[in-house]
Design a protein around this ligand. Structure first.
Ligand code: CMP
Length: 146
């Protein structure tokens, strides 16, 4: 089915503009980019976005990382784009991905289990919430129709 998803290029990736260019070129080859936005989160925005991880041991580290520099939010649209983007990105832990899936973006660019360079929505429900968070209410349906 046609879907939209939220991809985030995280602060460690943005530290090197050449990496951003390389990754965005690959994304544009594979997916339609419906909207793009660079933001610099305050603590409360990171805490709200990651509310499902509140109380976990790594929560403060995650919020500190995601507020350490600017990030780029991309709305991607295409057939099965939620799982397609997660396949390209790879799973959470870059060191593990370098062994199991060296062709993934997290294997190539990720630094640590926290500083893993990318985010991708994990379901249609998450994509709706996360796209609304960045691009305003009703974004998901707007991107599907456009
Ligand atoms: P992601 O899996 O997309 O969403 C949760 C994020 O929290 C994850 O990417 C990492 O950036 C971070 N994270 C996940 N697990 C850990 C961990 N064990 N230690 C530190 N950070 C983590």
């Amino acid at each position: 089915a046609l879907e939209s998803t939220l991809a985030i290029l995280k602060p460690d990736l943005l530290a090197d503009p050449r990496q951003v260019t390389q990754v965005e070129n690959e994304i544009q080859r594979r997916f339609r980019v419906s909207q793009r936005k660079q933001v610099f989160w305050a603590t409360k925005e990171a805490e709200e976005f990651y509310q499902e991880h509140h109380g976990k041991l790594f929560f403060n580290r995650l919020v500190g990382y995601m507020t350490s520099g600017p990030l780029i939010a991309l709305a991607l649209t295409g057939p099965h784009v939620i799982s397609e983007w997660r396949l390209l990105m790879g799973q959470t832990r870059p060191p593990q991905m370098r062994v199991l899936k060296p062709e993934t973006l997290r294997a190539k660019f990720g630094l640590t289990d926290t500083r893993n360079s990318f985010h991708g929505s994990d379901s249609v429900a998450s994509a709706r919430r996360e796209l609304d968070f960045f691009f305003g209410s009703g974004s998901y349906d707007r991107f599907l129709k456009a």
